[in-house]
Design a protein around this ligand. Sequence first.
Ligand code: EPU
Length: 342
Amino acid sequence: MDIRHDFELRAFNTLALPGRAAHFATVTNLDEARAALAFARERGLAVTVLGAGSNVVLAGDLPGLVIRVAIGGRELVAVRGDHLELRVGAGEDWPATVEYCLAQGWYGLENLALIPGTVGAAPVQNIGAYGVELAQRFVALEALEIATGALRRFDREQCAFGYRDSFFKGPGRDRWLITSVTLALSRSPNLVLDYPALRAALAARAASALTPAAVAAAVCALRRARLPDPALLPNAGSFFENPVVPADQAQALAAQFPGLVTFPAPGERVKLAAAWLIEQCGWKGVARDGVAVHDRQALVLIHRGGGAGALLGLAGAIRASVRARFGVELIPEPRILGGRWP
Ligand code: EPU
């Protein structure tokens, strides 16, 4: 395993923010991951685990060891009738894994097509899109304890999944390095077409043309139309979570703001479209200080060279105006590294 020192991370985060890791290692298997953790333990270094860097804001230099997880592999570990379980190395690319499964005729991931990032990062924030969350397709994961190097299996319950949330963002934060994820797939299609934008995109299709491949293609088209390609316009996807509020608060807001966009949420709560709140405050397409609000999706911030300070400044101004106008607190979605939210 090759440890690099004073290593530039700009190419390892999709916002293309500059910043240096004091030490940096790419690990491609369990032994290398254990060796990297031992290197950090022996020197008392803090460990930061990185996948594709597609959901982080690098706000400064990182003093410890950054471990980039590039553990590959896909293996069927159970087949029971139509039901399949596929164990995938944490470093595999998520969108490539979705495509691979579709090509095999193993269904269930169609709505999650084209979400940037690695498989190992997917459970951390329970990635979701177009009516499906990872938790619904999740069997278990394996992870190394950062403090000890011990391997442990977590089932779905132990992961404590919620909307863009899991154990690994709460009590397990910074304590585990995920090495593999086992997914539940099916040989028979079971399409999820509840999400309004997806249903609308497929409305003209005859029932016989509603296949998993058609759903995945529609999801990809929707994403390409709204979400910028990080290779062209550096971004980290949605910059804020959709706020989940009590039903009576949503009702009061809807009475005051008739266009309010809402989605049902578990437990008598309502999810508000943060993009709508932000757009109403006039932010959509605003560019300043080398950062911008995407002109096709107000929830996406773009880095155009202004740096983390300008990006966090813009995020803070957006939060303040949504709070002032709607009384709703926006929660940042990406993980901030080497700094703090303002
Ligand atoms: N809208 C606006 N203005 C905009 C964009 C959207 O008013 O600029 C309104 C529209 O009414 C639209 C609604 O907001 O119908 C919802 O927009 P969209 O379908 O684009 O989804 P979103 O709620 O903004 C969430 C996820 C995305 C995911 C999409 C599709 C979060 C924080 N974001 O966005 O996930 O792809 O739904 O399911 O939950 C991510 O997490 O990084 C991400 C991109």
